[in-house]
Write a protein that binds this ligand. Structure first.
Ligand code: NAD
Ligand code: DAU
Length: 357
């Protein structure tokens, strides 16, 4: 089946990576069809998809992946042959404050989605071209020491937070549906993304927003934790590539080949903002850096070995980190209309509970 004739159900398509993927898909396949299903939790935002409102092949439904009846109806009426599954509770700190929603959405929700799609696939005579692509994370592999080799597709799972444990469980369910029922599934495990439309609870947008507001920049522990950063558009291209070319049952690691310490990112952002924004409420922005109590169970280092996706499909990250960061800062500067309304009283309550700042 060629890509543009796929009938996609995209779960979590109003969130950060999901909405970037929907835009990516319609840019590359303007004739394509996407049906976005999103519960619009605090992290989901219709504004992320506003530009697609008039696109003929685009539809949006507000609803949850735990709603089996709704899923059955959408699979039938949308004649869906492909699921790209982003919907999740995605923030590690929230999973520590309240793990229940993570088990419900990430585990029970993924199970409900798999089960509804399996029935639909069986009703249609088990077409070979159907696909269920599950978007997962490097966090399922646990934490690396300074000299450990990067995570590969065969690294044993060792999740350390309720978030990563719930994602690990969902990965195992997806794997089991391939081996038990033959459902044509794919799993991608990706490292930290950054770019437009990321909710300002995650490191990079949080720091951008706090610098603009002159608020303290909370850095956990000693700031030496390492993440492997990838620009979100590179991730979207990797997902589209895996969808097009990978064999059912496969898993692929995706990453930026770009390991950076948290403190270095925060300092880079401070310097970027100092030099590019006039009239910041507090300068130099580095003076806002505040070391705070570490996140419990905080993984020290992530790094992805991306040789498999490079070798099989020739995919590699295209964005250079400095350029991607600059572009992201410019986006948050120009889209204050997007992020200011997200700093609602509910968000302030979460913020206070987490940081006490
Ligand atoms: P996000 O929190 O920005 O978006 C999640 C979306 O899912 C939101 O739109 C939300 O409304 C929706 N959602 C939540 N519960 C739902 C439910 N029960 N039913 C339907 N929709 C629901 O997350 P993100 O950062 O865009 O991450 C997307 C996916 O990618 C997640 O599965 C995450 O685990 C994975 N991932 C994220 C990163 C990252 O760096 N952000 C890296 C690797 C993998
Ligand atoms: O690795 C992929 C994962 O990346 C995804 O699966 C998750 O959905 C996504 O949220 C992200 O998880 P992290 O926990 O790595 O991202 P976060 O932006 O929350 O934190 C990045 C690093 O920055 C981490 O080491 C914790 C640190 N940090 C974060 C915040 C929010 C701080 O030091 N201070 C902060 O206030």
């Amino acid at each position: 089946m060629n890509q543009s004739s796929r009938q996609l159900l995209i779960t979590g398509g109003a969130g950060f990576i999901g909405s970037n993927f929907v835009h990516y898909w319609h840019r590359h396949y303007p004739e394509g069809y996407t049906l976005v299903l999103d519960a619009l939790t605090y992290a989901g935002n219709r504004a992320n998809l506003a530009a697609l409102k008039e696109q003929p092949g685009f539809q949006f439904v507000q609803g949850a992946i735990c709603d089996a009846d709704l899923l059955t109806q959408l699979f039938e009426t949308g004649q869906i042959d492909t699921v790209v599954h982003f919907a999740a509770e995605s923030h590690v700190d929230r999973s520590i404050l309240g793990p229940s929603a993570f088990v419900q959405t990430n585990l029970v929700g993924t199970f409900t989605l798999l089960e509804a799609f399996r029935k639909h696939w069986e009703d249609q005579g088990k077409p070979e071209a159907f696909r269920f692509l599950h978007v997962s994370t490097d966090e399922v592999f646990g934490s690396l020491g300074p000299n450990d080799p990067a995570f590969s597709e065969t690294t044993p799972y060792a999740p350390n937070s309720p978030y990563s444990a719930s994602k690990a469980g969902s990965d195992h369910l997806v794997r089991a549906y391939f081996h038990t029922y033959g459902l044509p599934t794919l799993i991608t495990n990706c490292s930290n993304n950054y770019g437009p439309y990321q909710f300002p609870e995650k490191l990079i947008p949080l720091m951008c927003v706090n610098i603009l507001l002159g608020k303290p920049l909370p850095v956990y522990g000693d700031g030496q934790n390492i993440r492997d950063w990838l620009y979100v558009e590179d991730h979207c291209r990797a997902i589209a590539t895996v969808l097009e070319q990978a064999s059912p049952g496969e898993t692929y690691n995706i990453g930026g080949d770009n390991q950076v310490k948290n403190i270095d990112i925060v300092e880079q952002l401070c310097d970027l903002m100092d030099s590019s924004v006039e009239g910041l409420p507090f300068q130099p922005a580095r003076d806002l850096i505040t070391f705070v109590t570490d996140r419990p169970g905080h993984d020290r280092r992530y790094a992805m070995n991306i040789e498999k996706i490079q070798r099989d499909f020739g995919w590699s990250p295209q964005y250079d980190f400095a350029a991607g960061l600059k572009q992201t800062v410019a986006w948050y500067l120009s889209r204050q209309d997007w992020w200011r309304p997200l700093l609602s009283p509910k968000y302030q309550t979460f913020y206070q509970a987490l940081y006490g700042l």
